[in-house]
Write a protein that binds this ligand. Sequence first.
Ligand code: C5P
Length: 237
Amino acid sequence: MSNVTVITIDGPSGTGKGTICCHLAYLMKWNFLDSGALYRVLAIAAKKNQIGNEDELELIELTNNLDVEFKMRNPESMADVLFNGKIVTDEIRTEVCGKAASVIAPIAGVRKALLTRQRAFCKEPGLIADGRDMGTVVFPNAELKIFLTASIDERAKRRFKQLKEGGISVNLRRLHREIEERDERDSGRKLSPLKPADDAIIVDTTDINVEDVIGKISKLVIDKIPNLSKRVVDYLR
Ligand code: C5P
């Protein structure tokens, strides 16, 4: 594996991973990987191409040709997701798409093909990777591994607010149930289940606002990542 420095931030939906990773990647001018977006785009592409989850070979081919890019907007916003050069950020954010992604995610051939695609994001000056198995499977040698948690009630409220702000109308109780089901599917699967790496630092964000979580993680980055440039350290302080 390469010598590029990697920071992994894993955890279930609604813990603030995406916001925090985008913020750090933008300030540090590092590369960013939203691995969940890859599973989401794949689910959409499979549907559009009428490929069912039983067609593993076709799914693998689709994965190998998946053209996905992330474009940072500003430190406060999530990155835009481009699929075949077209912005699909809003299209993939729905909980329907989240569910489809988590149903496609346990397929062995898909995970294997995505492994290569995900590792290709690991380039100088460094990578911030957001997902479920970044620290356990995709980047096991990452310099800093963080696992974010929060209570299910708090996570459902956050996702509710985020989706509403993005103009997606949702029912809080239904969203709560859907997140719970997705957690169970992600934690219960055999391959790369959602769990902290043995050497991950666990941060419970239930009672902490996003600014304070960013402050906490920025401090960990400064403490644990050697040879950061002065510019990066100044930005993070
Ligand atoms: O993080 P996000 O909610 O966008 O992820 C959507 C789904 O993709 C997850 O519920 C999970 O099933 C799958 N996923 C995964 N491994 C990752 C990232 C996401 O299995 N590293």
